[in-house]
Design a protein around this ligand. Structure first.
Ligand SMILES: O=C(O)C[C@H](O)C(=O)O
Length: 312
C-alpha cells in the first residue's frame, strides 16, 4: 500500500465526496480533513472512516481541528469557499473566496512544504492566481481543477447528442473555468473519429453552448449549491496522476509564463501531471478563431485579477 497523505480543506459537497472516493478506493494511506465547521468535519471523518471499513480499504481518515495536525501532505485539495446560487456567476464569489483562499494558504503551507496543491474553489483561475501569490510557491505546485470537469461535461453532451459512444469520447476544453471557456470541438473525438464527421455544425454549436453552461445548469436545478460528483471525480484523477507519478495529460489551470504568448495569468491548458505536479505544459496549435476565444477567456480572468490587485 502507498504511504501517501492527501489533505482536503473544505469538506462541503465537493470535499466530502472527494474524501469518500479517496478513502473507499484506497487511493492514499492517510486522509486529513480540515474545515472551519469543527463538528461537521469530525462527522465527515467518522462517516467516511466507517464507509472505509465497510469497503475494506485501509485509508485512515482524520479530522484536523488544529493547524499543526494538518501536516506532511503529498497533495492538498482546497475546496474552501462559498458556492454560487442560481443567477450568480462564479465571478460573484471573487472577493469572499479570495480572502478565504489567502487565509487557507497561509495556514497550511508551513506544515506542508512538499505538497502539490489542487485548487477547486471559484472563480477557479483567479483562486489559483491568488494561491500562487500568497504562497510564493512555484507554478508547478499549485494547479486548478476545472478542465477535466468541463471536458467531462462536453463528453456528456456529445453522448447525449449522439446516443452512442459513451466511454469512447475524448472531449477537450481549454481556457478559464468561466462563461468564456473554450470547448475545442476540433480536438474532440469519438473513438478517434472527429466530431464533424458524426455531428452537424448546429449540433456541435449546441454542445459548445451546453458545455459552457454546464455548471450553471446544475446550480439552477439544485437551488442551494453547485455540482459535486463530477468535480470530485475530476479531482480524483489529478490526485492519482500526481501520487502515482503517472505523467498523464489533463487540461488544468496553471500560471502561464510565455506559453500561448501569455504571462502572469492563470488559464486552463493541457498539462502533464506527475509527482512534481505540472511537469510540462502542452501548447496546442490553435486556429485563429480558437486563439481569439482563448484571448477573450484570458481577458475575463485578467479582469478578476485586476479587481483583486485593487481591492485586496
Ligand atoms: O458551477 C459552479 O459554480 C461550480 C463549479 O465551478 C462547476 O462548474 O460545477
Amino acid at each position: 500500500m502507498n504511504k501517501k497523505t492527501v489533505g482536503i480543506v473544505g469538506v462541503g459537497n465537493v470535499g466530502s465526496t472527494l474524501a469518500f472516493t479517496l478513502a473507499t478506493k484506497n487511493i492514499c494511506s492517510t486522509l486529513l480533513l480540515k474545515d472551519v465547521r469543527e463538528n461537521f468535519v469530525q462527522a465527515m471523518a467518522l462517516d467516511i472512516s466507517q464507509a472505509t471499513n465497510a469497503s475494506k480499504s485501509k485509508t485512515v481518515t482524520k479530522a484536523c481541528l488544529k493547524d499543526e495536525e494538518f501536516k506532511n501532505c503529498d497533495v492538498i485539495v482546497i475546496t474552501a469557499g462559498i458556492a454560487r446560487r442560481p443567477g450568480m456567476s462564479r465571478d460573484d464569489l471573487l472577493l469572499t473566496n479570495a480572502k478565504i483562499m489567502t487565509s487557507v494558504i497561509t495556514q497550511i503551507i508551513p506544515n506542508n512544504p512538499n505538497a502539490v496543491i489542487i485548487v477547486v474553489s471559484n472563480p477557479l483561475d483567479a483562486m489559483v492566481y491568488i494561491a500562487l501569490k500568497a504562497s510564493n510557491w512555484s507554478r508547478n505546485k499549485i494547479i486548478g481543477m476545472a478542465g477535466i470537469l468541463d471536458s467531462a461535461r462536453m463528453a456528456h453532451f456529445i453522448f447525449e447528442k449522439l446516443g452512442y459512444g459513451q466511454g469512447q469520447i475524448e472531449a477537450s476544453v481549454m481556457g478559464g473555468h468561466g462563461d468564456d471557456m473554450v470547448p475545442l470541438a476540433d480536438f474532440s473525438t469519438v473513438a478517434g473519429v472527429r466530431l464533424s464527421e458524426v455531428l452537424s455544425k448546429e449540433d456541435i454549436d449546441d454542445i459548445v453552448y451546453k458545455t459552457k453552461n454546464g455548471g450553471a445548469q446544475i446550480v439552477k436545478l439544485l437551488e442551494t449549491g453547485s455540482a459535486y460528483y463530477a468535480p470530485a471525480y475530476s479531482t480524483t484523477l489529478m490526485i492519482e496522476a500526481i501520487l502515482e507519478d503517472k505523467k498523464e495529460i489533463y487540461p488544468c489551470a496553471v500560471m502561464l509564463d510565455g506559453e500561448y504568448s501569455y504571462e502572469d495569468i492563470v488559464s486552463g491548458v493541457p498539462v502533464m501531471l506527475g509527482a512534481n505536479g505540472v511537469e510540462k505544459i502542452i501548447e496546442l496549435n490553435l486556429k485563429n478563431e480558437q486563439k481569439e476565444q482563448f484571448s477573450k477567456s484570458i481577458a475575463s480572468v485578467k479582469e478578476l485579477i485586476d479587481i483583486l490587485k485593487e481591492k485586496l
